[in-house]
Ligand binder design. Sequence first.
Ligand SMILES: [Zn+2]
Ligand SMILES: [Zn+2]
Length: 354
Amino acid sequence: MKAAVLREYAEPLEIQHVPDPEPDSHGVVVETEACGICRSDWHAWQGHGEWADDRVPKGQILGHEPAGRVVAVGSGVERVREGDRIAVPFNLGRGDCEFCRNGHGNVCADGLALGFETDAPGAFAEQVHVPYADYNAVELPPNVSPVEMAGLGCRFATAYHGLAHRADLTPGDWVAVHGCGGVGLSAVHVADALGANVVAVDLADEKLSKACELGADETVNAGEVEDVPERIRGLTSGGGAHVSVDALGVAETCRNSVACLRERGQHLQLGLTTDEERGEVALPTDAMTMREITFLGSRGMPPTRYGELLRMMDRGTVSPAALVTNEVALGDVPDRLAAMSDYGTVGIEVVTEF
Ligand SMILES: [Zn+2]
Ligand SMILES: [Zn+2]
């Protein structure tokens, strides 16, 4: 089969012929119908993550937002059948540790990160192997398109899990979203769907317009104001945001996010850092303590929680497809990743031709 393989960090991915995957006893093989291109792919391609023991090995097939049809089933799989249409979260659990059994498979102690490690080749490929399929596979309703499915694996699900499960969000709360890339725009859309008032922050007017289409009530162009947190306080009746999301992962957006909160506010970290920060950002911990600010990390979404998101999609409350701005072919992936280096993509781009 054809696959996009990481040969050298920051060199174009190579489209190569590699052996078709065979299902492990606990796995299934999916014929990929769609796979989103995510900033995490870009981080992996750049060789980021060694500071968190999370650097993707060379030789890796990237791609972690797949959706498609099951074409082969391992001997020990009971729930998933050939022909099923499934999506999977990138954060794969094994299903049997205390976290998985308590509904937190996204932080499984022995979990696999699809498309980021040797044991879990990714979905920028004609076929992808899904390990521990009985636990991880999310069956898709018939009315959900492959493109819509593709956004669910990482960014949309990550934004949803962060806002719906990690943060304590009340309708009418002000939510600030710093960075309007794929996960940021997803957070804008989800926060709006959950009844929040949303302030979107970015440097690009084009991304802020997209944020307005997706439900942002106010926008701040961070390149045009002196003090982003102060502007946000001004837009939120002087108090600041109840919940603020760093959807980018650079020191400035992280600190702005913490600084724009009102007392007892909650900061939600969705973006991973770059080789500037190397996983560490200085924060005003005294002020956070005095003002009872909460710092929440959030990773992907447990596979066991997808049902609620699919029901919201069914009722039209959220629409991941509204984030999709471009459908491309597997051969375009190297270029589209490169376009992320200068933040040159808007919304979510999805590979639909393999
Ligand atoms: Zn587990
Ligand atoms: Zn991702």
